[in-house]
Design a protein around this ligand. Structure first.
Ligand SMILES: C[S@@+](CC[C@H](N)C(=O)[O-])C[C@H]1O[C@@H](n2cnc3c(N)ncnc32)[C@H](O)[C@@H]1O
Length: 231
């Protein structure tokens, strides 16, 4: 399966540094206002939270500060990301960080045992997202939350303009990378994400577009939904 690095022509270290540099913009005040209004009220006092494709661990560090009594787990397929997260200092609970390909492997959690599963800017690269969604639904508690934040389709001109502004891209090689990544980042429309979530047995409680490029879905296991089995 292609990786973020192979698709973007970046080394592990370059992707890591980009995730670190852009973390404050991606997880800023708007993100945490949505989290406080839509996610926090659904969580127990001592939640179990897991972040899939956790990257350098900065979202887990934020959760550790806000939920010092939580049990936190992070999974990522890139060793450099896990190593970075293991070097961080955490204000509250220290997350257990593990190397795991969540597209291929089951999550090491009992059914119904997790209160929050988060996945940010990861699922769009998976060849087949439904087995991973089924696995997320399996581990979620009946009132648990799956928080999906990912790329949503935009027009080509908007996408390239956004890259020019945000990444200060302008050279011929940057433009070539923009065209190469366009089908990767613009794979799913909002309707496609909604269909995938419904198909996997999630009910959408709230959704928003905090940035032009990304849509966030606050979901819970639906009473009637049937998760697709992992094959
Ligand atoms: C664009 S980064 C996002 C990192 C983090 N979620 C964030 O928002 O800062 C995508 C991350 O997903 C990880 N990833 C990609 N495919 C994965 C897989 N199959 N299993 C686990 N992690 C994966 C990558 O190694 C990378 O750290």
């Amino acid at each position: 399966m292609p990786t973020h690095q192979s698709l973007g022509g970046a080394t592990d270290e370059e992707l890591l540094q980009r995730m670190v540099a852009t973390h404050p913009d991606r997880f800023g005040n708007d993100y945490w206002a949505l989290f406080a209004a839509q996610v926090a009220p659904r969580l127990p006092a001592r939640p179990v939270m897991i972040d899939l494709g956790c990257g350098p661990g900065l979202f887990l560090r934020d959760l550790s500060t806000r939920y010092p009594a939580a049990t936190l787990h992070g999974y990522d397929v890139t060793p450099a990301m896990i190593a970075h997260g293991q070097r961080l200092t955490y204000a509250g609970a220290t997350p257990a960080l593990s190397l795991l390909d969540v597209a291929e492997r089951p999550l090491p959690h009992a059914a119904g045992s997790v209160d929050l599963v988060s996945m940010s800017s990861v699922l769009h690269v998976f060849d087949e997202p439904l087995p991973t969604l089924a696995e997320i639904r399996r581990v979620l508690a009946p009132a648990g939350v799956f928080l999906l934040h990912d790329w949503v389709r935009q027009p080509l001109s908007t996408y390239l303009a956004l890259r020019r502004e945000n990444l200060r891209e302008g050279e011929v090689e940057d433009l070539r990378r923009g065209f190469r990544l366009f089908p990767v980042h613009n794979k799913y429309t909002t309707d496609d994400w909604q269909w995938l979530l419904a198909e996997a047995g999630f009910a959408i409680g709230h959704q928003a577009q905090l940035r032009a490029s990304h849509r966030i879905f606050v979901t819970t296991p639906s009473a009637t939904g049937v998760a697709s089995p992992r094959t």
